[in-house]
Design a protein around this ligand. Sequence first.
Ligand SMILES: Nc1ncnc2c1ncn2[C@@H]1O[C@H](COP(=O)(O)OP(=O)(O)OP(=O)(O)O)[C@@H](O)[C@H]1O
Ligand SMILES: [Mg+2]
Length: 229
Amino acid sequence: MSKGFVLELIKLSKIYSESGSDKLVIFKNINLSIKSSELVGIIAPSGTGKTSLLNISGLLDLPSDGEVRILNKSTKSLSIEKRNNVRRKNIGFVFQSSNLLNEFTSIENVALSRIIKGYRFIEALNYAKKLLINVGMENRLYSRPSQLSGGEKQRVAICRAIANDPKLLLADEPTGNLDGENSKLIFNLLIDLVKEKNVSALVATHNLDLIKKMDRVFSLTKNGFKEIH
Ligand SMILES: Nc1ncnc2c1ncn2[C@@H]1O[C@H](COP(=O)(O)OP(=O)(O)OP(=O)(O)O)[C@@H](O)[C@H]1O
Ligand SMILES: [Mg+2]
């Protein structure tokens, strides 16, 4: 895709209604456009709204106001079913704690995301195997999440996120539970894969060291959303 945007956030706001009539304003009027193959970081302290913003960007949650556009199309008035389809076809997620399915092996966790996209079972398994071998998991293909270390689980989670050939990768503190050395490793892996597959990525983190490789970086604070690099 050479023209247009993969993700556009237009005047996006999120307000949670607390018990009674209290309202918790998380962010207001966020504008952001991400082009094909662009890597964008969000740096923000805990509790400022990274997860809320990524969930809304990935159509897992609705904004209170504003609009999310995916591949130049508005998602504003889509039915739940159509939103789910847009997500399954175009978006991959890496969560802070890997969120793998405990009953399934590494290879099955990765393959499932491709099967849901519509690929055939055997093709999906072969593809998942290739992805996992590519990230050094050749000896852990048939392990379940409980048998994996935190870093290994994140490697599986990253492979799962890209196994459906997404146009957009959303990563929420992808190295949040890892030590410094492993964080660097996993983060570099994520960036290499994104570059190799021409995926656009929006990555939230509070680790300043990890964002030097991003094309653009924004900060999200109580005072607003602004570009810092
Ligand atoms: N469903 C909800 N209802 C009410 N408040 C919520 C809800 N979800 C999140 N919040 C509040 O919104 C704020 C932002 O939460 P969010 O999880 O988006 O932050 P975050 O930047 O991802 O934090 P962390 O770095 O700790 O993961 C927090 O104050 C949180 O308590
Ligand atoms: Mg969060």
